[in-house]
Structures are given as C-alpha cells and as structure tokens.
Design a protein around this ligand. Sequence first.
Ligand code: NAD
Length: 292
Amino acid sequence: MVTLNVGWIGLGAMGAPMARVVARAGHAVTAYDVDPQRSAALAGDGIVPAMSASGAASGADVLAIMVATPAQAESALFGDGGAAGALAAGSVVLVMSTVGPAAVRRWSARLSEKGTSTVDAPVSGGVVRAASGDLLMMVGGAPEAVERVAPLLNAMASTAPLVGPWPGDGQKLKLVNQLLCGVHIAAAAEALNFAESIGLDAGASWEVVRQGAAASFMLDDRGRRMVEGDFGDVKSALDIFVKDMDLVVDAAEKSGVRTMLAQAAQHAFRMGAAAGYGRMDDSSVILVYKEL
Ligand code: NAD
C-alpha cells in the first residue's frame, strides 16, 4: 500500500474524525488547528501536532484542508505562516471544505506557480460517516493529481467519483448537494412547527411522516434533533448553512438562474444566525419558526 506524508489543516467536527481515519489507514499525519487543544486531543491517534499551517505543510506529499470557510482556508494557505510557502514542488493540496468553485480556482492558479497541484473533494455524509470512512466525496482535478490523493480518498470515502477534470468541479456539485440539504432542513423545521401549530404533537407527527413519501435523510436526522430540542451537541453548526446557502445563491445569481427555495432557506438560516444560534446545531433553525 502507498503511504503518504499528510499535512492536515482544520480539526473541527468533520476534520478530526477524517484525520483519524487517514492516520488509522497508515498515513503519517501532521496536523494544525488554530485551537491547539484540537490537535493535542488527537495525539493518542498517532497524529503529530504542528504549531503552524506551514509546519503542517513542510515535507507533505499531500496537504489536506478541512477548515470551515473560504476566509479560513485562504488564511491557512496564504496568510502569515501560511502553508503555501512551505509546500514542495510536486505536492498536492486537497481542498475538502465547502468553499465554492471560484475560490478553489483562484487558489489552484496561485499554487500551480510553485509546482503544487490542487484537487477539490468536498464531502457529504456528516460526522457519523466521517468517523467510519464512509463519506461521499465529489472530486475535481487533473487525473494525475487525483491519482496521487487516491489512497486518502479511499480511506475517507466509500464513494469518491471524479466529477470533472478541473479543481473546483467538485465544489460545483457540492453546491447542488447543499441546495438540496439546506432546503430539506428548512422544510423539516417548517413542517414540524406547522404540525404543532395545528394542534399535533411534533414528535408523534415526525414518527409517522418519516415512514412515507415525505421521508428524507434531513427529516430523519435533523428532524429527530428538532423534536428532541437538543441543539447544543453540534454535529454541524447553523453558521455552516448560512455560508453554504450564500455560496449557492451567489453562484446561481452569477449564472443568471432563479433559486426561490434556496433563497427561502438562506433567509431562515440567516435569521437563525441573527438570533444568536450560529454556533448551535443547524437543527436549531426550527427556533426561528417557533419565534416568528
Ligand atoms: P468546524 O467549524 O467544526 O471546524 C473548522 C476547524 O477549522 C475548527 O477546528 C477551527 O478551529 C479550524 N480553523 C479555522 N481557521 C483555521 C486556520 N486558519 N488554520 C487552522 N485551523 C483553522 O467545521 P466542520 O463542521 O468540521 O466543517 C468543515 C467543512 O466541512 C466546512 O466547509 C463544512 O461546510 C463542510 N462540511 C461539514 C459537514 C458537517 O456535518 N459538519 C458535512 C459536510 C461538509
């Protein structure tokens, strides 16, 4: 088996279990997070903490990025002590965060000047599938670069189709995925709040409708948390969906297409963030409906 020296940046809800899965597959992982407790917590899994993004990038065959936002990734790559300056020619940057196609194309152009390739492979599946190496990853990049990162994709994903030959092509499909996910979460919140408003019990209603044609992963997964009212155990923060619906609506506007449902979901998540739920689980978007 090919084993790789992997630099890793971003050890949050998704990054930590994914880095663990990669280390368990036998790759040498050196990881950096702005919160030093996050890398320290992974020492028992054989992951070596780095003191900076450039420290993680130094000597890496592949630099994996799993921070949350485009601004965080830009700072980790090109900010003070950023990874780009330490990357060797021939290395590959693997962008797995959801950051949109335009940002990946911009970074890829800068990185290629120093002989570093870029592959983007945004993920779907959440923290449970991240921990079991069972994610869906949507891969964009030149076939030679994708081949170099294949051992990591194999460790993290059960399905990792190459969806296009350019860095950023994976992000395009991920935006389609997020349009669906954001609308489905907002729809679950609206429906469960509607159930209560007409005198039904939300939990009992959820148990019934999830077994019929209205079933969806989001109704099952987020709907359960909406009914239980457990928003403090953060599987995915509400702020992430503010970012993702902004990326979807922005890309749609740039291509001149209408997205009425995505805009409605964007509005609901933005209201949640404005009400102070940004760092809570995204299922807390139901509170927006309850408070209207
Ligand atoms: P998160 O906020 O939990 O984790 C981000 C981590 O990056 C944090 O630990 C933070 O301290 C660290 N960080 C921020 N700036 C940094 C920097 N400059 N250098 C180093 N570390 C830095 O986010 P998450 O839920 O793990 O999501 C990560 C990405 O995956 C996002 O783009 C998200 O949209 C996507 N995603 C998340 C889920 C999910 O269920 N949580 C599912 C699919 C995709």
